[in-house]
Write a protein that binds this ligand. Structure first.
Ligand SMILES: NC(=O)c1ccc[n+]([C@@H]2O[C@H](COP(=O)([O-])OP(=O)(O)OC[C@H]3O[C@@H](n4cnc5c(N)ncnc54)[C@H](OP(=O)(O)O)[C@@H]3O)[C@@H](O)[C@H]2O)c1
Length: 349
């Protein structure tokens, strides 16, 4: 996280509620807030109301996990919702109506025309004073939109075709635990428990189904990537996606073909991407340098490489990207939204 982002967050409004604090995204949000220097007393960790006492790590301290209720969330100046859709459906507008700035990670509000869907590097201008509910895009949409936004500054986009390689952590903690149990069973040569997170075992497998099948044979995840990218870019550019789950813990990757309105060369695209905030060009295949999810995991950047001109179409380039789905794909983008909202005066520090 940049120094300016951290300073903005540390000086930002309090208290900050992390709702879904026991989940993968919530846990990372807490780590990032602690790293940014936000004091523990300014942060509330909220999750399902439970009888047993629970605590989560906050830097070197522990925060008691409190139940999500009106009298807990109602005290927050800022709320990160890292919760399932049905929880965000009720609580995000409830808190926003009370004046809390709600930054929602679920997909519930993303395509609502009244709710901005924000990647600050692309469309931070939506964070105007008075905005109270902001949605953060799908973890595959964010890196794709960042790359396309840089290309379209130089060439109008005609069509984008993308295939994803999505990590298991994108489906939450239970999916990760299920994958681990399947892998252990496979190595031990014993039958694995039946799959619950996905339609088939993910251990030793590749699943061309993320989410459920829907309109025109595309899955919900594919439609999210297609429609959310258009909303973030504020462009009707056709985006056609195939979303695939792979047995990787953290780090979504994407193979992207970008067709432009005029000829475009790989060298030009490399130049447009190098030095762009949040992008790390890793593109020297002869030296074994290209993005991988393992390398991208734990970093803040969208790693881009394998940039190639299409040998058959002068208007098209191909590239490969990897990005930590929990960081820039989720928690970190939420923090960037808060920092940008403070910077633009959408919320007073
Ligand atoms: N994982 C990713 O890469 C990623 C990326 C982009 C977006 N997202 C979205 O971010 C959200 C969180 O994802 P995740 O991967 O962190 O999921 P997760 O690991 O399954 O965590 C879900 C969290 O929500 C809490 N929760 C569930 N029901 C609740 C309720 N009724 N009231 C209060 N808290 C409740 C859980 O608390 P308990 O411990 O009390 O059950 C847990 O803290 C989801 O909407 C997901 O689609 C995830």
């Amino acid at each position: 996280m940049g120094a300016a982002t951290a300073a903005g967050l540390a000086a930002g409004p309090a208290p900050i509620a992390v709702v879904g604090a026991t989940g993968l995204v919530g846990e990372l949000l807490l780590d990032l807030l602690a790293e940014a220097g936000v004091p523990a007393r300014a942060v509330m960790a909220l999750a399902t109301e439970r009888r047993e006492a629970r605590a989560v790590a906050y830097g070197s301290e522990q925060l008691a996990v409190q139940g999500l209720q009106e009298d807990t969330l109602g005290r927050a100046a800022v709320a990160f919702m890292a919760t399932p859709n049905e929880v965000s459906a009720h609580w995000a507008p409830w808190a926003a109506r009370r004046g809390t700035l709600v930054i929602d990670k679920s997909s519930r509000w993303r395509m609502d025309p009244a709710v901005p869907l924000v990647v600050p590097e692309v469309n931070g201008h939506h964070l105007v004073p008075g905005v109270r509910l902001v949605s953060t895009p799908n973890c595959s949409t964010i890196p794709l939109a960042m790359v396309l936004n840089l290309v379209r500054r130089h060439r109008a986009l005609v069509r984008v075709v993308v295939s994803t390689y999505q990590a298991v952590s994108g489906s939450g903690r239970e999916a990760l635990e299920e994958w681990a149990a399947q892998a252990r069973a496979e190595w031990a040569g014993i039958p694995a428990p039946p799959p619950r997170a996905y339609p088939a075992p993910i251990a030793g497998n590749v699943l061309p189904q993320c989410d459920v099948f829907g309109e025109a044979g595309f899955t919900g995840e594919e439609w999210k990537l297609m429609r959310e990218t258009q909303k973030v870019l504020d462009s009707p550019v056709p985006v056609v996606a195939t979303a695939v789950r792979v047995p990787v813990a953290v780090g979504h990757s994407e193979s992207v073909a970008i067709q432009c309105a005029a000829p475009v060369a790989a060298g030009e695209v490399r130049a447009w991407l190098s030095d762009a905030p949040g992008i790390r060009l890793a593109d020297d295949p002869a030296q074994g340098i290209f993005p991988t999810p393992r390398e991208a995991a734990g970093t803040d950047d969208v790693w881009v490489g394998r940039v190639r001109s299409d040998p058959y179409a002068a208007d098209t380039v191909h590239l490969f990207l990897s990005c930590d789905n929990l960081r820039k794909g989720a928690a970190l983008n939420g923090l960037h939204i808060l920092a940008e909202a403070i910077r633009r005066g959408a919320i007073s520090a």
